[in-house]
Structures are given as structure tokens and as C-alpha cells.
Design a protein around this ligand. Structure first.
Ligand code: COA
Length: 344
């Protein structure tokens, strides 16, 4: 893409959604046949009944391509119109080339700049913040943000503390410059990071301290998690970031049509719903069927909410992400789909 100073800034608009879930369904019963757990324990403690695993050889890039194509199809936008592809992911196909560069090529976005974004389960909201800033700063007019994860491949499938949670999938959104000048767009963001809690949730990478020069990339890279510590952080931060953002915007929870939070554990969302007095019917969850797909969980849920008729053009959304880093990100945005995307 080329951007020249003086390009007219415009309001950024959440213009389309799309998702992809791999075919293979992994039930709690299947996990219970491998590790010492039970369907009842998993459902009660997490809300998850089943999740999807990518096929052998299927990568985050492959899934991101499918999700990106779904976003473009529903928006009626062609790939050649895309200025930027951002892929939030913790499980890229490689550290370089970026998964985003591969996706841009495969969907035919040959004029797009592309990069991956590392903010764990907050990645999608961080990506939306960047997309909105790029559009509103006049740098780009159409930005794809596609969260995609193959967490099954970096989860120790013999560790009952993590294998019950993490799963695979992709989802994304198109953020465009508002041509008509009438869109509300993104009202605000609250983003943060507290690296002092970084050790609570770790996925090692090629620059690991244990790595030796010329040695193999540490493939020991399975997720290590202090579940109760992350649980305490997540319950606290989901309430705090929501309260902070709504107060800054002068809004109340009653102004929000739909809340979509990172799908980590239904108890985290239930806790926040109770503390923030969010009516049940204003929350949309997919945990039961997809588990925790990290950066993909919010856009997968959004696309599903739209398909289920739970998301209408003009709805005001509260999106809340939290996770490794430790990081968090929330935004309030009006859903203003382009023509083809509008639910019938
Ligand atoms: N099946 C059966 N028992 C299990 C189990 C499983 N899959 N996992 C843990 N247990 C056991 C523990 O060994 C422990 O047994 P003990 O009391 O005999 O020692 C007991 O259940 C309680 O363990 P604890 O870790 O305190 O459970 P928990 O209620 O905190 O639930 C998590 C564990 C992982 C579900 C929960 O901590 C969690 O969801 N944390 C946040 C994780 C998260 O969201 N991560 C991603 C953030 S983006």
C-alpha cells in the first residue's frame, strides 16, 4: 500500500465479520479417555462441551485464509481493495514470513502491507485498535484483522489443566473508512499490559532463554499456565476494563446491545455479568462448542451471533479480551455492516 501525508482521515467502521472452524470435533468424552478428567468436571468448571482441532497439516495461515475470504464475501469487497492485513496469533505458521503476509498473498491482497500481532487472547481487540487508528489517521482505508490459532498443536495433550481449554479456529473483521461520513464507528478502547504476570501464561518461542546458538528451535513449546492465577486476573480485569471504558465514554451497561468477551471460561464471564449487571440475553457465548481459541474467539463469536440473528446492523457492541502478557483490551463499537453483510 502507499500512503501519502494529507490523505483525508475518516471514521473507522466495523464493516464485516467472518469465521472458520475446522471440521474435527473433540468432545470432553474424548479428552476423558486420554487424561484423568470427566465431562462433568469440564462442563462445571469451564462451560466447555466440545472444541475443534485443525486437521494434520492445517495451519493458522490456512484457517485465516478461510476466515478472511468469509469476511470479504460477506462485505462484497475484493481483496485488491485491502490496504493492510493484520493477523493476531500466538501460533503463526512461522516467525517469519508472517502469517499475515502469506494470507495477503493467498487471498489476492497484493497491494496490502501485512504483519502479525502478538497480544495472546487480547490480540483481536488490539488488532481492531490498530486498524481503527490506521484508518482514522488516514494511513489505510480497508484493513482486515484476522485472529487465527492452532492451539491444539502447542497444548500438552496429557496435561489436564490446559488440554481441556485450548482449541483451534479463525475469525476476523473488516475495518473500513466510512465513505458516507455517517458511521459511529469505534467509540473508544481500553488497552493494557502487565508483564509482571507474564509467567502465569507462557508459550515459549524461538528466542527462548534455553535456546542454544545453532541449536534446534525449542519445540518444547507447549503452553504453561497457572490456571488459578490467570483466573483471578481475568475475573478482575474483565470487570475493571469494562467499568473504565464505559465511564470514559459516559455510557452505562444498559446502552450496550451485545457483549462478546474472550471465550476462556464461562465462570469468568458469569462473574463479570453479575458484577456489571449485564442481562443474560445481552451476552453471546460460544465456549460450549469451541473452547478457548485465543485471538480467534471474539470474532468467531461475533460472526456466529450475526448468523444466529443475535447481531443487528446498528447494534452497539462491547468487546472484551484478556489473556497472556498479561494483556487486556476492550472496545465499544457500533456494528455498521456494508450492504451484503446486513442480516436479512
Ligand atoms: N479434570 C479434573 N480435575 C482437574 C482438572 C481436570 N481437567 N484440572 C484440574 N483439576 C483438579 C486439580 O488437580 C485440583 O485438584 P486438587 O484439589 O485435588 O489439587 C482441582 O481440580 C482444582 O484445581 P484448580 O486448578 O484450582 O481448578 P480451577 O477451578 O481453578 O479450574 C481451570 C482450573 C484451568 C479451569 C481454571 O483455573 C481456569 O479456567 N483458569 C483460567 C484459564 C484461562 O482462562 N486461561 C486462558 C486465559 S486467556
Amino acid at each position: 500500500m502507499i500512503s501519502v501525508r494529507g490523505a483525508r482521515p475518516a471514521r473507522a467502521r466495523l464493516a464485516a465479520l467472518g469465521a472458520y472452524a475446522p471440521e474435527r470435533v473433540v468432545t470432553n468424552a474424548e479428552l476423558a479417555s486420554r487424561v484423568d478428567t470427566s465431562d462433568e468436571w469440564i462442563v462445571t468448571r469451564t462451560g466447555i462441551r466440545e472444541r475443534r482441532f485443525a486437521a494434520a497439516g492445517e495451519t493458522a495461515g490456512d484457517m485465516a485464509v478461510a476466515a478472511a475470504e468469509a469476511v470479504l464475501a460477506s462485505a462484497g469487497v475484493t481483496a485488491s481493495q485491502i490496504d493492510m492485513v493484520i493477523v493476531p496469533t500466538g501460533t503463526p505458521d512461522a516467525m517469519f514470513p508472517s502469517t499475515a503476509a502469506l494470507v495477503a498473498d493467498r487471498i489476492g491482497a497484493h497491494d496490502a502491507a501485512a504483519y502479525d500481532l502478538s497480544a495472546a487472547c487480547s490480540g483481536f481487540v488490539y488488532g481492531l485498535a490498530q486498524a481503527a487508528a490506521l484508518v482514522e489517521g488516514g494511513m489505510a482505508r480497508s484493513v482486515l484483522v484476522i485472529g487465527s490459532e492452532v492451539l491444539s498443536r502447542v497444548t500438552d495433550q496429557t496435561d489436564r489443566g490446559t488440554c481441556i481449554l485450548f482449541a483451534d479456529g479463525a475469525g476476523g473483521a473488516l475495518v473500513t473508512a466510512d465513505e458516507g461520513g455517517t458511521a459511529t464507528g469505534f467509540l473508544g478502547f481500553d488497552l493494557g499490559a502487565d508483564g509482571s504476570g507474564g509467567d502465569d501464561l507462557v508459550l515459549p518461542a524461538s528466542g527462548d532463554r534455553e535456546a542454544v546458538p545453532g541449536g534446534p528451535v525449542p519445540a518444547s513449546g507447549c503452553i504453561r499456565m497457572d490456571g488459578p492465577a490467570v483466573f483471578r486476573f481475568a475475573t478482575r480485569i474483565m470487570v475493571e476494563t469494562t467499568e473504565r471504558l464505559l465511564a470514559a465514554l459516559g455510557l452505562g451497561i444498559g446502552d450496550i446491545d451485545l457483549v462478546v468477551a474472550h471465550q476462556a471460561n464461562s465462570r469468568i464471564i458469569d462473574h463479570a455479568a453479575e458484577r456489571l449487571a449485564i442481562p443474560r440475553e445481552r451476552i453471546f457465548n460460544t465456549l460450549e462448542r469451541y473452547g478457548n481459541t485465543s485471538s480467534a474467539s471474539i470474532p468467531m463469536a461475533l460472526a456466529e451471533a450475526r448468523d444466529a440473528g443475535r447481531l443487528r446492523a446498528g447494534d452497539l457492541l462491547l468487546l472484551v479480551g484478556f489473556g497472556g502478557g498479561l494483556t487486556w483490551g476492550s472496545t465499544v463499537v457500533r456494528y455498521e455492516p456494508l450492504g451484503a453483510e446486513v442480516p436479512a
